[in-house]
Design a protein around this ligand. Structure first.
Ligand code: C2E
Ligand code: MG
Ligand code: MG
Length: 470
């Protein structure tokens, strides 16, 4: 059997005593097997991911460049990401490449011709597709891709389910260089990750525009507190049987010199995304407590100002302590303060949620669930939860009576009554809606029918006018 090994030969000339005539040559061989292996390893590292043996970004870009050079008009990039990778690793307590292999084998079986797949980071991958000609085929490919990748992966007697999102770019429409194509596919992926109900998105220019606007908005929002651009307005809450004002919701407003008025429905989610909601949230609490000082003499004992608390704020371990400090500073009695949380806050372990809620209640605050009925909240869970009030979302009254006969509002009111919880409907605008709510005994309303959210001074005046009548 023949066997080849890489060798290096150094040849040295040996001269005679006078150093003029070469007497002989000596050759020394060295075995290069080890060095060659090391070199091969280094070369491989440049192009492959060592643990999974998949091509890396370097090689992917070269392959993509080849495809572009050949002007493959059908070329598409599918950039996909395993969203729950970290929790899987935590769950199985080790990082095992076999899970990735199983996924890649399924996907590779769908590839033909010059298609290729590469691994960019531990949980990010790209497919270069040139075998697919038209959009119908592409739609089928994507459908099968998600079907295959969502099948259970069996590992150590466990079933693992991968949560995958993808972004797609097309050559030459979305880029004419490999870098552009990959960046735009990634960009589409980022947007797909943000949009909860989407599994994948194609790149398009409006996504880029949206991102640019968001970057601008973020930059302005950073300076909003400093530049005095924020304001809190108050929307009265009314007992519709007695017409008494029983409270108000504090709602944030932002007006910027260049952008004008920006809706909280736009900037609050952004502040939640950037984490800025913590700082903004404290600003709102302090502003409300400050205002409380000037109007508390207008309150009856059961008057409550409610403050919206985002999920991120709720998780902030400093929240209660800071609220306490601010309450001391502005002489606020917590029995006049309510916090509004959304169903999403409650979607975790009931014991730990109840522990947190207990701390708020221990100070005297009440707790309302905002936008009730819009999430996927289990009713059996509600029974054991330490909340005081349900706020029926506006969507359950706004179409009454034209397109909605109000049954959901009635069902929620009945649930609240059975569980001995307070109830209020948000967004009633017409006399008819108020009469209907009265008929189903949902006796509290916060809506334009009584008043839109009012600036501080107008709210003081409103309270004064009403207190004369009440
Ligand atoms: P939300 O807490 O559910 O507030 C109720 C929203 O419904 C407010 O919108 C209010 O102006 C509006 N609304 C009330 N009655 C009517 C009505 O009869 N007709 C109509 N068309 N709308 C009515 P707004 O002020 O635009 O706030 C939107 C959302 O932004 C709030 O929904 C809340 O989730 C969030 N938000 C506002 N201020 C804050 C804040 O200080 N902190 C946090 N975390 N979120 C806030
Ligand atoms: Mg609210
Ligand atoms: Mg609401």
């Amino acid at each position: 059997m023949e066997c080849y090994i890489p060798k290096k030969l150094n040849i040295y000339a040996i001269y005679n005593k006078s150093n003029q005539v070469i007497e002989k040559y000596i050759g020394i061989f060295s075995d290069l097997t080890k060095r060659k292996k090391e070199q091969e390893y280094v070369n491989k590292l440049q192009d492959y991911n060592i643990t999974t043996n998949l091509p890396n970004e370097n090689l992917f870009l070269r392959l993509l460049d080849n495809n572009i050079r050949e002007n493959k008009k059908n070329l598409k990039i599918v950039y996909f990401s395993i969203q729950n990778y970290n929790s899987i690793v935590l769950n199985i307590k080790e990082e095992d490449p076999s899970i990735i292999h199983k996924l890649i084998n399924r996907i590779s079986a769908m590839l033909t011709g010059d298609d290729f797949i590469a691994q960019i980071t531990k949980n990010n991958f790209v497919i270069g597709l040139s075998s697919i000609i038209d959009q119908t085929e592409m739609d089928e490919f994507i459908e099968t891709f998600f079907e295959k990748s969502s099948e259970a992966i069996h590992f150590n007697q466990k079933e693992i389910y991968l949560d995958i999102k993808a972004g797609i770019s097309k050559y030459p429409l979305h880029g004419t260089t490999s870098h552009e194509l990959i960046r735009n596919a990634y960009f589409a992926l980022e947007n797909a990750i943000e949009e909860k109900e989407k599994k994948y998105l194609y790149y398009d220019f409006s996504l880029r525009k949206k991102m640019e606007e968001e970057i601008e908005l973020r930059a302005f929002l950073r300076k909003a507190i400093l530049n005095n651009e924020l304001e809190v307005v108050y929307q009265p809450q009314v007992n519709i049987v007695t017409e008494r004002i029983t409270g108000a919701e504090a709602l944030l407003r932002w007006e910027n010199q260049h952008l004008g008025k920006i809706s909280p429905a736009v900037f609050i989610p952004l502040a939640e995304k950037t984490g800025q909601i913590i700082e903004i949230g404290y600003w709102v609490i302090e502003r409300v407590f400050q205002d409380y000082q000037s109007i508390k003499h207008k309150f009856r004992d059961d008057f409550r100002i409610s403050i919206n608390i985002s999920p991120l704020q709720f998780k902030d371990s400093e929240l209660l302590k800071t609220m306490q400090q601010l309450a001391d500073k502005y002489d606020v009695d917590f029995k006049n303060i309510e916090i509004e949380i959304t169903e999403s806050v409650l979607m975790t372990n009931i014991n730990s949620i109840n522990d947190s809620l207990k701390n708020f209640k221990a100070l005297g605050m009440t707790i309302a669930i905002d936008d009730f009925g819009t999430g996927f909240f289990s009713l059996s869970y509600l029974k054991n939860l330490r909340v005081d009030k349900l706020k029926i979302d506006r969507s359950f009254i706004k179409e009454y009576p034209e397109n909605d006969n109000g049954e959901i509002a009635q069902v929620i009111t009945n649930i609240a009554s059975k569980l001995k919880l307070d109830i209020i409907t948000e967004g009633a605008e017409t006399k008819e809606q108020i009469e209907y709510l009265k008929s189903i005994r949902c006796n509290y309303v916060q809506g334009y029918y009584y008043s839109p959210p009012l600036k501080r001074e107008d709210f003081y005046q409103y309270l004064m006018d009403k207190s004369d009548k009440n």
